[in-house]
Design a protein around this ligand. Structure first.
Ligand code: ADP
Ligand code: MG
Length: 719
């Protein structure tokens, strides 16, 4: 807390400091209705002023309960600017004004690209036009003669408003710095003093910031009825405030330091809850239905298969095989994630594990998220296991009814050693005689329930060992939040004998030479990609830019070569044609957007040019360049970068210096933060409301330590 004022602004109450700070109930005037253990799950309509209609609108914005509302903390905090007179305004500087609305209107804009509300506003010094961009909800609220505090800046078209707040009663009262008057039943959202930090509630759905703020205020008035989920010893040792106080301080800050502490408390709780969930999942799996089927140590099946491989294992592969083998030999069911980039040799490790199971008279399953992947796995496994005597079968949604019937019978009878497939494996009629190990590929694409689904297919009284595989390198901290329930094995080493891809950063001056080198490769019969820059939030513009670039290149740098085009806005059939032409070698160069990131496998492609490389994330660039050097020819990736400062240059230099996807994912996280990691969603990472990594990595570590000290009862409160 930075300052105290005459009026009782509620202090943050730390677990260990109740005697230093008067508690709310000592203040005695809070409209408490007693503790309400389920307050967080009550609908918004329990709040005064929130009816069904608004609750439905909030629902659209992802806010359904009082808890959702409380956890929707302001997006930004800042100092409120001083109040200026309309007559004194100069263009440019952000200022606050207190005005009366003379009249207002919604302006029809052409093509409805944005919405516009205009008002004539006045104070003692004169009047001006004020405009609100993209805040359509303001239209109904700016009634004539209502008083408003507006923040914004004077521009050519008028006073452009960025934030508006109704002023209750007289202007003088609202600006008098009284702080937050929680104790008054009639309290309205506080007018903020000049000195208090200002929290900006963001708009959401069709609801404007002002309304969110009012609702947050009502919810905060109820916050003392929330049970405190964290034990007070923990709060004391971590110096964290009570939950109710943290919510109030986060929504209606009294000082910078207090707000920071409040936000940390909320972030800590989120991370603790996340880790508690992970631990619960792990425990359920470990304790599950019973022990795993023990390995037959005498079986030579896996070892013999390994010795027949045409290559020697990488160090990481040997290590992984040892680690997994030891766990399979125990009776505690394994729950492990095998992470390694495409080509790092995960399949070999997984096949070995499946053979260990099969050698012990158990069966193994391998589940992939799509039919294409499942069929690929089936083909790979069939090839790898040829002559081993192990029966491998494939089950997907397109398996014919007849084939399926036969397959299910043989599966139940234990004749099939390894069953590969899609979600179809999870269906009820699929019964294994003796399932010992389930391998789940690209596990983030499956929900938690599906993950657990295969577990239930083990024989009664037994649990299955689970091995998850992921080709997406994610940094350890993020792995803990998403896969904290699993042990992690990482394959970082790329098998020997693969020709490396070199990466070069090219400035404007080097463009021509890079294209000469590209053409020299084309002349040797190789092919190339040109990746167009990311265009913010508009795949359509991006597609158009790619088309224009393809046309330009075909008439300039690449005149005389066949240039193809591939972008996300093309119809599936068109994409298919473009990909096929490139695969068949009929086009020399494929100009594309990031759609090539996934799935394209053309070993003859050896050069990639990435335009505007500074706009991409490191992990994304790494994924992109993974499209070349897939054959025996090696490859070169040119990162064209013409703008961007020293930071951008450092990032690209990092990319050029290493091919280790894990290192790059970590760097990306350090430099850009979690929200920016490409495809956070895609990677199945949890989304936090307040916590953010790597910023809060210390809180994550703290939460992990603390979790061990919490009792079962404590944990229950958290869930
Ligand atoms: P991942 O599943 O991680 O993408 P794979 O297991 O499919 O990788 O391996 C990719 C390719 O590398 C396969 O053709 C595989 O036979 C080969 N491979 C695997 N391990 C090695 C190794 N230690 N040395 C050489 N080649 C290997
Ligand atoms: Mg693979």
């Amino acid at each position: 807390m930075t300052k105290r004022t005459e009026t009782p602004i509620l202090p943050l109450r730390f677990g260990g400091y109740p005697e230093d700070h008067p508690s709310l109930s000592e203040l005695g005037e809070v409209p408490l209705g007693g503790p309400d253990p389920v307050l967080v799950s009550r609908p918004l309509t329990v709040l005064p002023g929130v009816g069904e209609k608004f609750a439905a609108m909030a629902f659209e914005a992802g806010v359904e309960t009082v808890g959702d509302l409380l956890w929707r903390v302001p997006r930004a905090y800042g100092q409120r600017p001083g109040i200026s007179l309309l007559g004194d305004l100069e263009p440019g500087e952000p200022v606050g004004v207190e005005v009366r609305i003379v009249r207002s209107r919604k302006v029809r804009t052409r093509r409805r690209r944005f919405s516009l509300v205009e008002a004539r506003v006045a104070d003692d010094s004169g009047s001006r036009k004020a405009v609100w961009f993209n805040q359509p909800w303001m239209a109904d609220r700016l009634t004539a003669d209502s008083h408003w505090y507006l923040e914004g800046r004077l521009e050519k078209g008028g006073f452009v408003v960025s934030a508006s707040e109704p002023v209750q009663g007289s202007a003088a009262e609202a600006g008098s710095g009284e702080g937050i008057r929680w104790q008054s039943r009639e309290a309205s959202p506080p007018g903020l003093s000049m000195e208090t930090p200002r929290a900006s509630h963001s708009s959401g759905g069709e609801i404007g910031p002002g309304r969110w703020r009012r609702w947050a205020f009502e919810a905060c008035r109820l916050a003392d009825r929330l049970p405190e989920p964290l034990p007070s010893a923990l709060l004391t040792s971590r110096r964290l405030p009570l939950l109710a106080d943290a919510f109030r301080e986060a929504h209606f800050p009294t000082g910078e330091e207090g707000t920071a502490i409040a936000l940390r408390r909320l972030a800590y709780q989120e991370l603790l809850e996340n880790q508690a969930r992970m631990r619960g999942r792990r425990k359920r799996h470990r304790e599950g239905a019973g022990p795993a089927i023990p390995l037959d140590r005498a079986s030579r099946l896996a070892a013999d298969w390994r010795s027949g491989l045409p290559f020697s294992l990488t160090g990481d592969q040997s290590h992984a095989i040892g680690e997994i083998g030891a766990e399979l030999a125990g009776d505690e069911p394994m729950g492990r994630l095998l992470m390694g980039e495409v080509g790092s040799g995960k399949t070999v490790v997984a096949v070995n594990a499946m053979l260990e199971a099969v050698g012990s008279g158990a069966q193994a399953a391998m589940m992939a998220p799509t039919e294409v992947l499942a069929s690929q796995h089936f083909a790979t496994l069939s090839g790898l296991l040829e002559g081993s005597g192990v029966v491998v079968a494939l089950l997907t949604g397109s398996t014919s009814a007849e084939e399926r019937k036969d397959l299910l019978e043989r599966l139940a009878a234990g004749e099939i050693g390894i069953l590969v497939g899609t979600h179809a494996l999870l269906e009820d009629p699929v019964r294994f005689g003796r399932l010992g190990l389930a391998v789940i590929d690209e596990e983030h694409r499956f929900g938690v329930r599906q993950r657990a689904g295969l577990d239930g297919k083990a024989p009664p009284g037994h649990s299955a060992h689970l091995l998850h595989m992921s080709a997406t390198p994610i940094p350890r901290t993020l792995a803990l939040t998403a896969y904290g329930d699993l042990d992690v094995t990482t394959l970082r080493e790329i098998p020997a004998g693969r020709a490396p891809v070199s990466t070069e950063v090219v400035s404007a001056a080097g463009r021509a030479e890079a294209f000469e080198r590209l053409k020299a490769e084309l002349d040797r019969g190789r092919q190339a990609f040109v990746v167009c820059p990311l265009v913010d939030e508009s795949p359509m513009v991006e597609g158009r830019a790619a088309a224009a670039e393809a046309e330009r290149l075909a008439g300039a740098e690449l005149a005389g070569y066949e240039v193809g085009l591939l972008h996300g806005q093309m119809k599936p059939a068109q994409k298919e044609v473009a990909m096929q032409a490139f695969t068949d070698g009929r086009t020399d160069v494929l100009v594309a957007t990031t759609v090539i990131e996934v799935g394209i496998d053309v070993p003859n492609a050896t050069v990639m040019v990435i335009e505007g490389a500074e706009r991409f994330g490191l992990s994304q660039l790494h994924q992109l360049r993974g499209r070349i050097g897939r054959g025996s020819h090696g490859g070169t990736c040119f990162l064209f970068s013409e703008s961007g400062g020293a930071r951008a240059a450092r990032r690209l230099a990092a990319l050029a210096s290493t091919t280790d996807g894990f290192r790059l994912a970590e760097l990306d996280l350090e430099m850009r933060g979690e929200g920016e990691i490409t495809g956070t969603r895609q990677h199945g990472l949890p989304r936090f409301r307040v916590a953010s990594l790597p910023r809060d990595v210390d809180l994550l570590e703290a939460a992990r330590v603390d979790l061990e000290r919490l009792s079962e009862q404590d944990l229950e409160l958290l869930s």
